[in-house]
Ligand binder design. Structure first.
Ligand SMILES: [Zn+2]
Length: 274
């Protein structure tokens, strides 16, 4: 796998109000590619002072992929699952650390794209966990795939799967030279026209990304796994399960909450709830 720098222009933007004053023609569609069972205790960090009394409770939550439609073409934010999970809850992977998912027939990502006759311009990954990246196996290997710089260094095929094996190149977004737009911090204008932004929200994984869509219907913030469910935002407690650095995840969640308080017109979507 060759890692190459994702090319982008720094915009010199200092506040989100300036971005939202110039909405762009861009839209979003959500695909549910399967479900996963998570526990409420761990989806909300049970060691956090505000969550000490949490009860164990299984939650069946969707595994999502988002299609972004822009005049330059169609992109995915995460791929969700490929069709291998319909027959096999482990998607063909083996080992005790492999996650188990449920998928109904026709929920795989390629099926959604085929039904809409879509060919993709590229895929932006929030991070490389199986429920966000497995679908790559049934998508083209010739389109560009993007992750934050540092995310692939933590990718272990024996745990995370063989999802990127067909790729020769992976594009890395380097946030060290990105616009720093408070309160979210390092943010990259992905398509160069202010329509779609990647925001560095590390903690869940080392290179975890959230996204911001700046369309005519108002801005939409996609927290991805910085918040699994809306209760993470309501209780102001980050997840701890599947999390690389819980303290850092809490810091990222808090900056998202500050941003949503400062810009109440922004609609927010979370990683595993619709
Ligand atoms: Zn994850």
């Amino acid at each position: 796998m060759k890692l190459v720098d994702f090319c982008y222009q720094k915009r010199g933007i200092k506040d989100w109000g300036q971005v939202f004053n110039s909405p762009r023609p861009i839209s979003l569609e959500t695909f549910t590619t399967g479900t996963v069972r998570i526990n409420r205790r761990g989806t909300l960090n049970p060691e956090h002072p505000r969550a000490l009394k949490l009860e164990e409770e299984d939650l069946e939550v969707p595994i999502l992929s988002y299609r972004v439609h822009h005049h330059r073409g169609d992109y995915l934010l995460d791929t969700g699952l490929d069709a291998s999970y319909h027959q096999d809850p482990q998607g063909g992977l083996t080992g005790s650390e492999v996650d188990v998912f449920h998928q109904s027939k026709g929920e795989n990502i390629a099926c959604y794209l085929k039904a809409r006759k879509l060919s993709l311009n590229g895929v932006f990954f929030s991070h490389l966990h199986a429920d966000h990246a497995a679908g790559q196996r049934e998508l083209s290997n010739t389109i560009p795939y993007m992750v934050a710089k540092g995310e692939y260094d933590h990718y272990h095929p024996e745990i995370h799967g063989d999802f990127l094996e067909g790729l020769e190149v992976l594009h890395e977004i380097d946030f060290s030279r990105a616009d720093d737009i408070p309160p979210l911090g390092p943010s990259v204008d992905l398509l160069g026209d202010g329509s779609l932004w990647a925001i560095s929200t590390p903690g869940h994984t080392r290179g975890h990304l959230s996204f911001l869509l700046n369309g005519y219907e108002g801005p939409v913030f996609l927290a991805m796994d910085a918040a699994f469910i809306y209760e993470n935002l309501e209780m102001e407690v980050a997840p701890s399960d599947y999390t690389w650095d819980v303290e850092m995840a809490q810091e990222s969640l808090e900056k998202i909450i500050s941003f949503l308080e400062e810009y109440p017109r922004v609609r927010v979507l979370v990683g595993h709830e619709v």
